[in-house]
Design a protein. Sequence first.
Length: 103
Amino acid sequence: MKKIFLDKNKLKECLGAEKVIENDLGNCELYVIKFHQDEDYLVFVFQGRNATYFKVMRPFVGRWSCDEAIYHPEGLFGFMNENLELKVKEKLKRLYDNGHREI
C-alpha cells in the first residue's frame, strides 16, 4: 500500500511552485518541485521506525534513489510533524538563500 506523506496540491500552493511531481521509489517517496524560473528541488521522504523524516536537496547527477539521497553530501534533513509543508518550505528557503549552483 502506497503511503502519501505530502499533499501535492497543498505543497504546490504553500511553496508557490509551478509543478510538484510525486514518485514512489519503494523505500521512500520523491517529490520533484519545479519553480517557474528558479532551480528545481528534490524532497525525499522516508518512514523510519519511530519518525517520518525528509531530505531537501538540489538535483544531482546520477540516479535519484533513496540510498543515493541519504548518502549524497548536499542537502538538509528534517523531521515531519503536522506542518509538513511548512517544514519543507523552511528547508527549501535555506537552500535557496545559500545561492544557486550549476550542475
